[in-house]
Design a protein around this ligand. Structure first.
Ligand code: HEM
Length: 402
């Protein structure tokens, strides 16, 4: 294999050509912990690109060495004031603060709480397909994949139906940040402020009128009388919206696109619906909705034989881990029966392993079931356009016919 020019962070190339799979393959084979000096953020000297499955697990499972809190988990370099504020949320916290927050929010995500949503998710999927069925054509992203998780999260937090439109609009302004056609930094900040205020209103209401729902549960003190502060609740609410929407939307959109590109697998699913659960997991491996996340070294250390200095930026490329030939047989094949499928689409294990993974899998399974039953002839009706982002592997529009 020729030595490719390495640039893993050019958003334009993600938009036009998708993830740099050839570069990832070369790096996994020759430089699995690679000093990526170019293409970083202005004023930041570069970063370590970690591309192998095992090394990403190693980083994820050692928050004492690879911190989420020091400079957040984003590739972007935030000002110190933003970093301090973000540490109140679980995503950008380290133990012991993370352990405390995770313990409190876990209560809302038990299999019982998620299982209870199953019939509502089924109704939501049916409603979305009802809305487009008569048209014979739709934008799979705008009409199905995007509204599904917004409505499910609205359901999860018990937002009244009349607020769902507002939640959808705010969500889109928050998630489109990387793409100037969709949002701008000012718009993003404004939308976050409005979402935070919305969360405060919801919390206030539940404190006066408790219900048997997740928001009420999150606002109650835990067994040891500890509880989320109002600010922690607001940040967590925003994280649910940010973490639960775009990811699920892109797993659904990118997964369906994979079916259009591999019609033999679609046929296989129609003939064998028992494969729906493994197909849903393969969506997440194949798409890797979160391309990369960042950690910061807390001390001098070594990873895969490479010296890393305290303060260095370390970036985990989940998309690359999910194509690692040391872990997956035929990783370049979209195989809906893949089992086991130890993909890192939900993170590399350790304390930050995705809190919403059971909910995401439930949504994808129910969606697949609905489409196979009601629109088995769905096909691509034009070109799918990709999001301009190096952090999110996303699809903006995908015309379909059925
Ligand atoms: C296919 C869909 C999804 C994907 C690919 C995904 C991916 C991820 C990844 C990679 C992480 C690890 C973060 C890290 O290591 O720093 C994570 C964490 C998280 N996810 Fe998801 N996620 C999905 C769906 C959801 C949903 C539906 C929700 C909630 C409704 C959710 C809520 C969260 C939260 C709260 C965290 C932070 C956990 C912590 O820091 O302890 N995710 N997710």
């Amino acid at each position: 294999m020729a030595i490719p020019e390495i640039n893993l962070v050019d958003p334009d190339s993600y938009q036009h050509s998708g993830p740099p799979f050839e570069q990832f393959a070369w790096l996994r084979a020759h430089a699995p912990v690679f000093w990526h000096a170019n293409g970083g953020e202005p004023g930041w000297p570069g970063f370590w690109a970690v591309t192998r499955h095992d090394d990403i697990e190693e980083v994820s499972r050692h928050p004492d060495i690879f911190s989420s809190a020091r400079r957040t988990v984003n590739f972007h370099e935030w000002p110190e004031s933003t970093i301090v504020r973000r540490r109140s949320g679980i995503l950008d916290a380290d133990p012991p603060q993370h352990t405390r927050l995770r313990g409190l929010v876990n209560r809302g995500f038990t299999p019982r709480m998620i299982g209870r949503l199953e019939s509502r998710v089924t109704e939501i999927c049916a409603g979305l397909l009802d809305d487009v069925e008569g048209e014979r054509e739709a934008d799979f992203v705008a009409d199905i994949a995007a509204p599904l998780p917004v409505q499910v999260i609205g359901e999860l937090v018990g937002a009244p139906p009349e607020d769902r439109g507002k939640l959808y609009e705010l969500t889109n302004r928050m998630t489109g940040i990387a793409d100037p056609q969709l949002s701008s930094p000012e718009d993003f900040n404004q939308a976050v402020a409005e979402m935070y205020a919305y969360a405060a209103g919801l919390a206030e209401q539940r404190k006066h009128e408790p219900r048997d729902d997740i928001v009420t549960k999150l606002l109650q003190p835990g067994d040891d009388k500890d509880e989320l502060t109002d600010h922690e609740f607001g940040i967590f609410f925003i994280l649910l919206i940010l973490g639960g929407n775009e990811t699920t939307r892109n797993a659904a959109g990118g997964g369906m696109l994979a079916f259009f590109q591999h019609p033999d697998q679609w046929q296989r699913l129609l003939e064998n619906p028992a494969l729906i659960p493994t197909a849903a997991e393969e969506f997440v491996r194949w798409v890797s909705p979160i391309n990369m996340l960042r950690r910061t070294a807390t001390c001098d250390t070594e990873l895969a034989g490479q010296q890393i200095a305290e303060g260095d930026k370390v970036v985990m490329f989940f998309t690359s881990a999910n194509r690692d030939e040391d872990v997956f047989a035929a990783p370049q094949e979209f195989d809906i029966g893949r089992d086991p499928n130890p993909h890192l689409g939900f993170g590399g294990g350790g304390p930050h392993f995705c809190l919403g993974r059971h909910l995401a899998a439930l949504e994808l399974r129910i969606l697949l079931q609905a489409i196979t039953e009601r629109m088995p002839g769905m096909t691509l009706a034009g070109e799918a356009s990709r999001l301009r982002s190096n952090s999110i592997n996303g699809i903006k529009h995908m015309p379909v016919r059925f």
